[in-house]
Design a protein around this ligand. Structure first.
Ligand code: SDX
Length: 428
């Protein structure tokens, strides 16, 4: 419903009256859908000022450092709920009752196994294949097991796909890790929590009993929550665009995994740890900060900056606390944390970073925690993808549930040749 309008005039002539629509929070939006009819497109590469959809799932206020899922602040969720409760909230809109939570947990738990034939998919990868490459391939192939359950117009079938994906991503992620280190796959256990089960599938071996550390499980669960959803980021927008064509949910999530892999997005946690290892010692921090500020140097401080947060990423605040908790409870002195803290201090006091509002983001601390837990760097983005699966599928489901949903089909500003005469090769 339009509350007011914007009149677009060019050279003094009004070419379009554009309704201004209000949300429940955040910027109002100018509805430009009729602009094509007036002979114009808007131009916004990178979507710096474009609202691509209407959503009720996650709200971010980048200037105030606010992140809320279905209206619940992220720090309350990270400290007072567990990841499966956050999954329920993202999928269903409100916090569950105890009975609803127990039922949801039971459903997810009973979907954690994968078809035995899926095991063979892994054996096509070389031993040194990146776990993200395995995740991309295997998740996309999951659709081949569920042909009878892929009617995306059926809400129940959409929700069952959501449950299967949330449940099976840890199993597949752990399989990618086990394959990469040449150890046997470990089956999920129904007596463990979501985070405990993932750690069990990652680290247990047939040769001995593996006991999950409650500290590590709690940190893992919090990392899952802090990565669960984040509005219309690149990978979520990828999932929505793929889903808008009617592609099946497993293919859409595989597209999200592929988009998240980039170092500018979810690949930043792996890139951040590689950067900290390259810096190596406190006496080289200034050298790398100088590189990050040098316009002729493509180097950027991984884990810093954000398209939306021009204040501290609220997830980084919680992640920083968790980082210190885990390292002190596990009695780990990690020199990389010292480098990270020095880098954070220098960056937060440096005029370049202050002027460009570059703060540590969610990826800056998660890598240090994951390393402390014993997870290899090449698994960091896999864990991000696992965590974000619920956000991706919640947006996919919301989009398909909206009336009048259309295929996403952006236009362009064309700057190429036009109306050229083609001369056949024989005459050239
Ligand atoms: C995630 O969108 C989401 O919500 C993503 C995410 C999620 O949960 O889904 O939050 C997860 O992807 C977090 C971001 C992880 N990426 C990194 O840590 C990689 C390093 N950061 C960046 O490359 C960058 O900050 C982005 C990609 C995150 C944001 O890029 P923008 O918004 O397009 O900003 P920009 O590249 O135009 O940078 C603005 C200025 C530039 O300088 P000028 O051209 O204006 O002179 O800031 C500079 C940049 O050079 N800059 C940096 C920098 N990030 C931006 N300079 C040094 N180090 C950096 N990290």
């Amino acid at each position: 419903m339009a509350d007011s309008k914007a009149s677009l005039s060019i050279d003094g002539n009004v070419v379009a009256d554009l309704p201004i629509l209000k949300g429940s929070a955040g910027n109002d939006v100018i509805d430009i859908r009729t602009l094509g009819g007036a002979g114009y497109f808007t131009y916004d590469p990178g979507f710096l000022a474009t609202a691509s959809c209407e959503s009720e799932i996650t709200f971010i206020d980048g200037d105030k450092g606010v992140l809320q899922h279905r209206g619940y602040p992220i720090d309350s969720l990270a400290k007072q709920a567990d990841y499966l409760e956050v999954c329920y909230i993202l999928l269903n809109g409100s916090a569950p009752t105890k009975a609803q939570y127990d039922e949801f947990t039971k459903i997810i738990t009973n979907h954690t196994m994968v078809h035995e034939k899926l095991v063979h998919f892994f054996h096509g990868f070389l031993p040194d294949a990146h776990p993200m490459a395995m995740l991309c391939g295997v998740v996309g192939a999951l659709s081949s097991f569920y042909h009878s359950d892929l009617d995306i117009n059926e809400p129940d079938q959409r929700m069952r796909s959501a449950h299967r994906l949330i449940a099976k991503m840890p199993t597949i992620a752990a399989m990618a890790y086990k394959y990469s280190i040449g150890q046997p796959f470990v089956y999920p256990r129904n007596d463990l929590s979501y985070a405990e089960n993932f750690l069990h599938m990652l680290f247990s071996v047939p040769a001995e009993e593996y006991v999950v550390s409650p500290t590590v499980a709690r940190a893992m669960d919090r990392i899952f929550t802090l990565h669960a959803d984040h509005e219309q980021n690149a990978s979520t927008s990828t999932v929505r665009l793929a889903g808008s064509s009617g592609a099946n949910p497993y293919a859409c999530i595989a597209a999200g995994v592929a988009s998240l892999w980039g170092p500018a997005h979810g690949g930043a946690n792996e890139a951040c740890l590689t950067m900290l290892e390259e810096i190596g010692s406190l006496d080289r921090v200034d050298e790398f900060v100088a590189k990050a500020k040098d316009k002729s140097d493509p180097f950027r401080l991984m884990g810093f900056g954000h398209r939306v947060y021009k204040n501290f990423d609220p997830r980084a605040t919680v992640m920083r606390e968790t980082c210190h908790e885990v390292l002190s409870e596990l009695g780990i002195k990690d020199p990389l944390l010292d480098v990270a803290m020095a880098l954070e201090k220098v960056a937060l006091e440096d005029p370049y970073f202050i002027e460009k509002k570059l703060y540590p983001n969610v990826d800056f601390y998660s890598g240090i925690i994951l390393k402390a837990i014993g997870i290899p760097t090449n698994m960091f983005t896999v864990i991000f993808a696992m965590s974000r699966t619920v956000g991706w599928i919640a947006h996919w489901d919301e989009m398909l549930g909206q009336p009048g949903q259309k295929i996403g089909r952006p236009r362009q500003k064309y700057t190429g040749e036009i109306d050229r005469e083609f001369v056949p090769l024989s005459d050239r």
